[in-house]
Design a protein around this ligand. Structure first.
Ligand SMILES: [Zn+2]
Length: 190
């Protein structure tokens, strides 16, 4: 057993109680040696008191996407403001209502053009190290479980050497069919 866990996802219908909060989860942490595993909500994985990402994937793509998003947001704000200022000036000049409507359309087009890109799905980090306290707990539980199993085995072999096969009082019913054997061949006429 190693404090080197990998996050796996199972089918939704294979969800089991989370190790921490007992709510059903389809995420499983499995240790490197495959001796320990448990279900866990993804939300706990961001809790440093529970586990730490081993290979925080410095996801440059995600970071860039986030940055771009912010830039676009700022740009959008700027365009909007510029437009509003322009509108203000226009309305000061008492422009026609139709002009305004057209302007609105153009504005929409500009904003549409600046549509935010869909954020790239960030690949999930797969490696975690459990917090020492949690890991110790896992190890202890694993040991206790093993010991309990051993005890159970031991008790089984000690006290129940074998279940008798035929229970007393159980009779086979043999009287149903009496076999008349060879009735024809018996009576020989002399
Ligand atoms: Zn949980």
């Amino acid at each position: 057993m190693e404090n080197d866990y990998t996050l796996r996802q199972v089918a939704e219908n294979a969800s089991k109680a989370c190790y921490i909060c007992y709510r059903p989860s389809a995420h499983v942490l499995i240790d490197k040696s495959n001796t320990d595993f448990f279900y866990i909500c993804k939300s706990h994985l961001t809790d440093k008191g529970f586990a730490t990402r081993v290979d925080p994937p410095v996801d440059t793509a995600a970071i860039e996407a986030e940055l771009k998003k912010k830039q676009l947001e700022a740009e959008k704000e700027k365009v909007k403001k510029e437009w509003e200022d322009a509108q203000k000036k226009k309305s000061d000049k008492n422009e026609e209502e139709k002009d305004k409507e057209d302007a609105e359309k153009v504005k929409e087009m500009i904003l549409k053009d600046k549509k935010l890109p869909e954020p790239e799905p960030v690949p999930e980090s797969r490696k975690y190290t459990l917090h020492p306290t949690i890991y110790t707990q896992r190890v202890r539980q694993k040991k206790e479980l093993a010991a309990a199993k051993k005890r159970a085995e031991h008790i089984k072999t000690m006290q129940f050497p074998g279940v008798p096969k035929g229970l007393p009082g159980e009779k086979k019913e043999e009287q149903d069919e009496k076999k008349d054997d060879g009735g024809e061949g018996e009576g020989k006429e002399v």
